[in-house]
Design a protein around this ligand. Structure first.
Ligand SMILES: [Zn+2]
Length: 153
């Protein structure tokens, strides 16, 4: 798929030569000099609150990356310059579950369910999110198993 096709699929009004074709060092798939496109997303609630975010789609792996700057400000920046601007954004829900995974892991069943969700949300991320989720999952198996073992009277 060409950059232009991908951009048009994302944003139908994108015209030729609008300068939103980018080359990035993808933080997700680690491709150096990967082709990417930038697009703005405007979420509006009523007509008062308007929240604009800018996203970069890596065409090597299809990852949706968060841009700290607006799409129009990214034109002409090198892959090295973009490294500080284009990041993997982790949702609040993912972070919340990673922390809950540790906090609730001693509770039978509930802790297990929470850490399974946390692991599903976070296993593709690097760093503490994955470790919190996995450690929570491993620990939470113990109270659940102990709870299930019939106790003698
Ligand atoms: Zn990528």
């Amino acid at each position: 798929m060409s950059t232009r096709d991908a951009l048009n699929a994302l944003q139908s009004q994108a015209g030729a030569g609008d300068g939103r074709d980018l080359v990035i060092n993808c933080p997700k798939c680690r491709t150096q000099g990967a082709k990417a496109v930038a697009y703005d997303l405007v979420e509006s609630m009523d007509v008062v609150i308007r929240h604009r975010t800018t996203w970069i789609k890596c065409l090597a792996c299809g990852a949706k990356l968060y841009s700290k700057r607006k799409a129009e400000d990214l034109a002409g920046l090198s892959a090295e310059q973009l490294e500080k601007i284009v990041v993997v954004r982790i949702s609040l829900i993912s972070k919340l579950f990673a922390v809950l995974s540790i906090l609730t892991c001693i509770i039978p069943f509930f802790g297990l369910v929470v850490s399974i969700i946390a692991t599903l949300l976070n296993y593709r991320h690097r760093g503490w999110l994955r470790w919190f989720s996995l450690v929570g999952l491993i620990i939470s198996i113990i109270p659940t198993v102990l709870f299930l073992i019939p106790r003698g009277h």
